[in-house]
Ligand binder design. Structure first.
Ligand SMILES: [Mg+2]
Length: 256
């Protein structure tokens, strides 16, 4: 049992659902946490959805009522990173970045020749042409920002290629390494630090190198679930503070 946190940073893919299938007991667990006054912030490296779309998916698959303002995405972190310079920006995937970029007054351009930055994320309609546009822009000196570098994401079929696999293609072709916005990197950390300053926080996630690394870097309690990409905690680095089969086990861990 652990001391009750003020807030929980909760990952989505692999914690609340796999692909389009909800994790059993996720909605009830979230309701139990909110029921005792714990704030839940849903934090995802998935950049294909807007916060409103992500909140709707949580509600649809778990039955737990989530709202747009409860969700923080790596696309928002990428937009936050570019806000100061506001370079004309080409999207490679990362459809969920368009709204956040516009919100930060960063112009989104369609022609790679106009781009001074590329935001790359998961592209569910990837084509050779879209990859080529991103590569050409980066080759010509555009700032290369990845929403995240998760190489896979969990689906009921198994692990599908994630943003990191696509970002790696751009990196391979250009020799340029991206700045990364999502968990556990600085742009996402600063967004969450602003939001959760002074609070006692626990993080729930299925991926050690993003979710558990984020919590460890922030000094938060870390809870690894085995319902997503990680099937065993053996050799995890950083080592999570707690391991549960799924989020359904978290209320009991908190003594609820
Ligand atoms: Mg996950």
């Amino acid at each position: 049992m652990i001391e009750r946190p003020d807030a929980i940073v909760c990952d989505l893919d692999g914690v609340l659902y796999r692909g389009d299938v909800g994790i059993a007991g996720a909605g009830e667990a979230l309701a139990a946490l909110r029921g005792v006054g714990i704030e839940i912030v849903f934090v995802t490296n998935n950049s294909t959805k807007t916060p409103a779309e992500a909140a709707a998916k949580i509600t649809r698959l778990t039955g737990f009522e989530a709202h747009e303002q409860d969700v923080v995405t790596s696309a928002q972190a990428a937009a936050h990173l570019l806000a100061a310079d506001a370079p004309p920006t080409l999207l490679f995937g990362a459809a969920g970045a368009r709204g956040p970029l516009e919100h930060e007054s960063v112009p989104v351009v369609a022609d790679w020749q106009d781009a001074r930055a590329v935001v790359a994320g998961l592209d569910l309609s990837l084509t050779y042409e879209s990859l080529t546009r991103a590569v050409m822009a980066v080759e010509r000196g555009a700032r290369f920002v990845a929403t995240n570098t998760d190489v896979t994401y969990p689906t009921p079929e198994g692990l599908w290629p994630g943003a990191g696999a696509l970002v790696a293609a751009v990196q391979a072709a250009t020799g340029v390494a991206p700045e990364v916005a999502g968990k556990p990197h600085a742009p996402m950390r600063s967004l969450l630090e602003e939001r959760l300053a002074g609070r006692r926080v626990a993080v729930i996630g299925d991926r050690v190198e993003t979710d558990i690394a984020l919590g460890a870097a922030e000094g938060w309690e870390t809870i690894l679930v085995l319902s997503g990409v990680t099937s065993s905690p053996d050799g995890a680095d950083p080592k999570p503070d707690h391991v549960v089969a799924s989020i359904a086990g978290v209320p009991e861990l908190l003594g609820l």
